[in-house]
Design a protein around this ligand. Structure first.
Ligand SMILES: [Zn+2]
Length: 296
């Protein structure tokens, strides 16, 4: 296939032209680097679509593209955003229809394929590591928590909302659910838990021996281990990549040990963890690759 477009919507918008699993030219971003990072949080859904369309137009630069893949947070079906806990205003938005209509006005008629942002990341990891023939799972640790799977399955993949504790006081998840992984591990949830410390400081204080912070860091790892173990019991063992801005806090050895404690049936053992650098580029490539597959 020739040129495709990869787009990613997280706390910002990134769009790029893709050819043969590689970025062509520059990555177009809104807001541009250095601007407020949560610019999309309060933005009306229609305006988000307009911004995506503008960035796609900039990236296309009058060339002919075959497909447009858009990684978008939350649950979507055929391009309809059914729920997006961290971009709540987009619930009910038919992103596929709205974006297709705007792009048609700009003379861009390629089919639009919307998928979960973490699924785009998993497809990107698979494509850039030559693992498109394998099962690839990626945890994304950011404001929210995502679990991306490649190949994309038809099931709803909201691994960030796995229940990892029965403690009714664990109520900090962005979706409102009790006991969720994101309510313990998500960046926003950590800020709500430690009103006096930023998440970075919590991990620093834990290193320095502070009991409260160090207990939390253990809990943080156990939560990720529990969610991973749940996924292993449903989907089998394998390689889990860890990505996102807060991947830097993960102690792989500790995570590995906790997972071994939680997965004891021998056919399910042997999963491994590997950190992958966070970059929009990987998810953009994944969104584009997924749109190619969807067009075929
Ligand atoms: Zn949740």
């Amino acid at each position: 296939m020739g040129l495709t477009i990869g787009a990613l919507v997280t706390e910002h918008i990134a769009v790029s032209l893709i050819e043969s699993h590689q970025i062509v030219g520059s990555v177009h971003k809104f807001p541009e680097a250095g601007s407020v990072s949560d610019a999309l949080e309060g933005m009306p859904a229609e305006e988000i679509v307009q911004r995506i369309a503008q960035e796609v137009e900039l990236a296309v630069q009058g060339q002919s593209v075959q497909a447009i893949g858009v990684g978008f947070p939350g649950i979507s079906r055929n391009g309809l955003i059914e729920e997006s806990p961290n971009l709540k205003q987009t619930k009910g938005l038919n992103l596929n229809e709205a974006l297709t209509a705007l792009l048609n006005q700009k003379g861009i008629s390629a089919p639009v394929h919307v998928l979960n942002d973490a699924a785009a990341l998993a497809a990107g990891v698979a494509a850039t590591r030559g693992e498109l023939d394998r099962l690839v799972r990626v945890w994304f640790l950011g404001v929210g928590i995502g679990l991306g799977r490649y190949p994309q399955s038809d099931s709803i993949a909201e691994g960030g909302h796995f229940v990892v504790t029965l403690d009714p006081k664990e109520n900090l998840c962005g979706c409102g659910g009790i006991g969720h992984l994101e309510g313990m591990m998500g960046h926003r949830a950590m800020r709500l838990r430690f009103l006096d410390l930023e998440p970075e400081e919590v991990f620093q204080e834990a290193d320095a021996g502070d009991q409260r912070c160090s207990d939390f860091v253990k809990l943080w790892h156990r939560a990720l281990a529990a969610a991973t173990a749940t996924n292993i019991h449903m989907d089998g063992p394998g390689r889990f990549y860890i990505s996102g801005p807060n991947a830097k806090f993960v102690q792989m050895g500790l995570l590995d040990r906790y997972v071994q404690d939680m997965v004891k049936m021998s056919p399910l053992q042997g999963s491994t963890f590997e950190a992958v650098p966070t970059s929009d580029e990987t998810a953009l490539i994944g969104a584009a690759v997924s749109s190619e597959h969807a067009v075929r």
